[in-house]
Design a protein around this ligand. Structure first.
Ligand code: SF4
Length: 330
């Protein structure tokens, strides 16, 4: 059975901050907050649809600071979500939300537990206090640690989100952030390269030539490394790059965005694996499972092209269950 999320965006509501990168309206494509009645209609329609395609879903409150919104409003949404996970557990498998690290305490976790929340994601963004302060996050790395420990203590699934290439960021700070996430034993991670949007502080800094995000290639290399680190630690990377969105494409002025970013990083990781085995020019047979073939060739053939420049040519042989192995032919 397939699994998905029904994403419910709660844009900016209740958020007292103005992070340097944030233009919530653009990211979510929504400017008004959903009412409990609208949520009920949405879930009711989704129930029929999901049943018809044999899929189960989590109800996911994303896009803002879910546990910082007005308490009555938050509870009214949770009430509706709880009704669906209770009445239709064969279709709605749980509730998840994303929030700020400084909007987590025992009182709020008691409420979330009461309504059947299963997973909580924290927008940590960085574990470097200089980067957090420079981007006006309004919380520290210590807040991320405290909130994470509390979430784990309550037994919720813990998700952590990080960004790469923020103002004052460095690739080594991103690596250190990943190391801290691993120490916190989170269950899932989302990695978002910074996209500079109109009407944000980052855009002002960019216009003044004070700031530019990491370039595309640096970001791909970095994200390939971060993904390796998380996967080696048994942590699932559930998102790499912002969702494809016309709003983002229209409103971005810099930074790194590509609708197939995740695939590009996957190709890069595959290239690194190839290069760990193929050190000399020549003719090869590359063995891989069918589902890895496009990664092996790379986006628009970029891996093939790279290898050709090294003097490496290859034929692909399908081999079930194999990630990659190379056999030299001459
Ligand atoms: S905390 Fe979240 S919603 Fe609030 S300004 Fe920052 S990124 Fe935007």
């Amino acid at each position: 059975m397939k699994q998905t999320n029904i994403s419910v965006f709660i844009p900016h509501r209740g958020c007292p901050n103005m992070c340097s990168f944030c233009n919530q309206r653009t990211i979510s494509g929504h400017s008004t907050a959903i009412t409990p009645k609208e949520l009920d209609s949405l879930l009711s329609a989704q129930w029929e649809h999901l049943k018809s395609i044999d899929t189960i879903a989590q109800i996911a409150f994303f896009g803002g600071s879910f546990t910082a919104i007005e308490r009555d409003y938050m509870c009214s949404l949770l009430e509706v979500a709880n009704k669906y996970i209770t009445d239709y557990p064969e279709v709605f498998s749980g509730i998840r939300c994303s929030t700020r690290p400084d909007a987590i305490d025992r009182e709020v976790l008691d409420i979330l537990r009461h309504y059947g929340m299963s997973a909580i994601e924290l927008g940590a963004q960085s574990m470097n206090d200089t980067v957090l302060a420079a981007n006006k996050r309004g919380h520290t790395a210590r807040d991320v640690v405290n909130a994470s420990l509390l979430i784990k203590e309550y037994g919720f699934e813990l998700g952590l989100q990080m960004m790469t290439g923020l103002y004052m960021d460095k690739p080594e700070y991103c690596i250190a952030t990943a190391e801290k996430f691993i120490e916190l034993s989170c269950d899932t991670v989302r990695i978002y390269p910074t996209v500079i949007l109109k009407d944000t502080e980052l855009d002002l800094l960019r216009q003044q030539d004070i700031y530019e995000s990491f370039d595309f290639d640096t970001t791909v290399t970095l994200c390939a490394r971060l993904t390796d680190m998380f996967e080696n630690a048994g942590i699932r990377v559930i998102r790499l790059g912002l969702h494809a969105s016309e709003d983002v494409e229209k409103n971005m002025t810099g930074g790194v965005y590509h609708p197939a970013f995740c695939e590009i990083v996957g190709s890069r990781r595959m290239l690194e694996l190839i290069l760990s085995q193929v050190k000399e020019k020549g003719k090869y047979e590359f063995y891989t499972d069918k589902r890895n073939i496009s990664k092996l060739i790379g986006q628009k053939g970029c891996n093939r092209e790279f290898l050709l420049k090294m003097g490496v040519t290859f034929k692909i042989k399908e081999e079930k269950g194999t990630l990659f192995r190379a056999k030299r032919l001459n």
